[in-house]
Write a protein that binds this ligand. Structure first.
Ligand code: SF4
Length: 689
């Protein structure tokens, strides 16, 4: 059998994979040597994909209140309940919570159904927990949510700076690319992270900054850039806000960073001394109540020096999920419209409404993730459809979110399993096709659109997400607008709509793909946008932005720390994150013995001085307590974390270790611009168990 080209469903690197049916009915998987993201490489998670495809625990039939049901009656029930709820309480009484695991075509139908036809913007995604601050920072600086550079820049950079990114564990194939460049051309590596991670091994410099002090650090750099006359007058001539930004940066107290003068000097010298610098940032930047400011603090330095959109240089956001970017492109966030058009722009709303033949488009943002589940808790959301996400584990104050979902009058969950903390609370379960069974596209962190292709038949009654939502749309009364025959037709519609965005002068325009045939869609090779590559596949080297005046923006920033300060009751900062071999709440990776052998149980990294003071021995159990929850974890004593801080992984759920649900402890503080929760600076107490 010939191999089928597809894309790994885990992180935003978006590695190409080759799939081949094995004799046992599963899949043999290897890296695709022709995919530009990975050139044949795979990390441990990608190479173990074949071990995660078994049907044990799969949801194989629709269920209503725990009883198996047929598709016809189940989807009619979903359509009737959503329609009745909207009729009784208005469109803002319903909500969709979707996922960066979904394919672009699925995302497109969800966004169209909610924003165009139900008439609410109450659709948000678990990408809100991942990169919403980057979206907001990009829009402030560039006028659109545009990633300026490409992965190729990692091969050409002389300095790579990782900020709040454990690239070695969370985007391993990209990290390998950085290591290859180090070997080939001596690329320097700086890691900025409060915690010493695997990414620090062999780095030229690790800056263990105080949690939440990134804005102060990059303000210090910006001030030093000006002092050293390393700013670029030609670039600055095309920038708004530079004078205020330099002034705000100069007022920053460097001691806020917790770094000494030698460390700050070494960092500034490296950054200023290498023109070809790529600054990669991830969740340590995004998951903060000042996340948007952190993003703009990084962008400010690249804009001021003109080091953006050119080979080997630029700020670079790496996304957590396989299709966080595709979700951004279709407008799957509550504050976006479609194809990077803006909900607040009447011309954009009118154009999308006409294109969709929609009765209405909301003129204001919907509820972002944390607010959405607060509204569920308060009874304002009365019908909720959750797709491919497990918010009862992953949202801040997870215990309260679990109670809110349990009390919601009508909850639908689409997933591949009914055995998650969230699915067990649903009234209706809809069996979804899994990776390896479904077809569509995803967009990775460098704007490359790749196909996911089906290589296995969907088991039982499992169906693709687009099929489920289109059916509900038709049953709610919009038959012509949701009469899709397959993902290729949806992709063509999405691409055609992007041409309208292009007509408004926006960045996301893939309308060159709007007329592709089904056969061309089937064989579509990885395609980075801008499809016509008028700008060499990069943006902003010419200093032109997508703001109305065409000018880039620097944002004046005053550093502010995490939302809450430690107290006598909760003296520890809790930092949460991923481990190398698990993904999200382990629905798939937890099936692989090989992956589970890496780190078998939830743990807390504790500094030796705290362990000694509290009488905590290595490998004993500790109790973490916060105002919103508690967890019991295995102590790992290590000076990789700073005193009075604790690191704990975010993967474990109520199923595998009831005490390991770490997001139960995280407060619901959010960034005021992006709405992203502060998942890396919660407060807790720590005691032996
Ligand atoms: Fe999959 Fe990411 Fe690993 Fe690539 S780096 S194989 S996309 S998990």
């Amino acid at each position: 059998m010939t191999e089928i080209r597809s894309t790994c469903p885990y992180c935003g690197v978006g590695c190409g994979v080759l799939l081949k049916r094995d004799t046992a009915g599963g899949l043999e998987i290897r890296g695709d040597p022709d995919h530009p993201a990975n050139r044949g490489r795979l990390c441990s998670k990608g190479s173990a994909l074949g071990e995660t495809l078994g049907l044990e625990g799969r949801l194989l039939s629709p269920q209503v209140n725990g009883i198996e049901s047929g598709w016809d009656e189940t989807l009619q029930l979903v359509a009737d309940r959503f329609k009745q709820t909207v009729a009784d309480h208005g469109p803002d009484s319903v909500a969709f919570y979707v996922s960066g695991q979904m394919l672009t075509e699925d995302y497109y139908v969800a966004n169209k159904l909610m924003k165009g036809f139900i008439g609410s913007a109450n659709i948000d995604t678990n990408s809100r927990l991942c990169m919403a601050s980057t979206v907001a920072g990009h829009r402030r600086a560039f006028g659109t949510d545009t990633v300026p550079g490409t992965y190729d820049d990692l091969d050409e950079a002389d300095l790579v700076v990782l900020v709040g990114s454990n690239l070695a564990w969370c985007h391993p194939v990209l990290f390998q690319r950085v290591l290859t460049a180090r070997k080939a051309r001596g690329t320097k590596l700086v890691v900025i992270d409060p915690r010493r991670t695997a990414s620090c091994d062999g780095a030229d410099l690790h800056l263990p900054l105080a949690i939440g002090s990134d804005v102060a650090l990059f303000n210090v750099l910006l001030t030093e850039i000006r002092r050293a006359a390393a700013d670029n007058p030609d670039a600055l001539a095309r920038v708004e806000g530079s004078a205020e930004t330099f002034a705000a940066a100069a007022a920053t107290d460097p001691s806020v960073t917790g770094l000494d003068e030698a460390q700050l000097r070494a960092f500034c010298k490296l950054w200023i001394g290498h023109e070809k610098v790529v600054t990669i940032f991830s969740q340590g930047v995004n998951q903060s109540s000042a996340g948007t400011d952190k993003v703009n603090a990084i962008l400010n330095c690249h804009i001021a020096t003109g080091r953006i959109g050119k080979p080997g240089m630029g700020p670079f956001s790496v996304t957590g999920q396989p299709n966080a970017m595709g979700g951004r492109e279709v407008g799957g966030l509550a504050n976006m419209l479609a194809c990077h058009m803006a909900l607040e722009n009447p011309a954009h709303r009118s154009a999308v409404r006409t294109f969709w033949n929609a009765p209405q488009i909301p003129d204001r943002p919907g509820l972002k993730a944390v607010d959405m589940f607060r509204a569920v808790d308060e009874g304002r959301i009365k019908a909720l459809w959750i797709m491919h996400s497990n918010p009862a584990v992953t949202l801040p104050q997870a215990d309260a979110v679990r109670e809110a979902i349990a009390a919601c009058p009508f909850t639908v969950v689409s997933d591949i399993t009914g055995n998650t903390d969230t699915a067990r609370l649903a009234h209706v379960l809809l069996p979804a096709s899994a990776w390896g069974e479904k077809s569509g596209t995803v967009t990775n962190s460098d704007r490359t659109i790749s196909r996911q292709r089906a290589a296995l038949p969907a088991p039982g009654k499992a169906r693709p997400d687009w099929w489920q939502m289109a059916d509900v749309g038709r049953r709610m009364g919009w038959s012509g607008e949701f009469d899709y025959t397959g993902p290729a037709e949806i992709f063509r519609e999405h691409a055609a709509l992007s041409g309208i965005a292009g007509g408004f002068g926006l960045d996301f325009d893939i309308s060159a793909l709007a007329a592709i045939s089904d056969a061309e869609y089937d064989t579509l090779r990885p395609t980075r946008w801008p499809v016509a590559a008028k700008r060499g596949g990069r943006f902003f080297a010419d200093g032109k932005s997508f703001h109305e005046d065409g000018r880039l923006r620097m944002i004046a920033l005053t550093p502010r720390g995490p939302a809450a300060a430690p107290s006598a009751s909760y003296p520890f900062r809790l930092n949460t994150g991923r481990i190398r071999d698990q993904w999200h709440t382990m629905t798939r990776t937890g099936r692989s013995p090989r992956l589970s052998a890496h780190l078998a149980e939830p743990f807390a990294e504790i500094h030796p001085s705290d362990a000694a003071r509290l009488g905590i021995a290595a490998d004993t159990l500790v109790r973490l307590t916060s105002p919103s929850g508690r967890a019991i974890l295995r102590a790992q004593i290590t000076d990789a974390v700073q005193p009075e801080t604790v690191f704990a992984p975010m993967h474990w759920t109520g199923e595998t270790a009831p005490s390991g649900r770490i997001d139960a402890l995280v407060a619901s503080a959010i960034d005021p611009v992006s709405g992203q929760p502060e998942s890396k600076a919660a407060l807790c107490d720590l005691q032996p168990y």
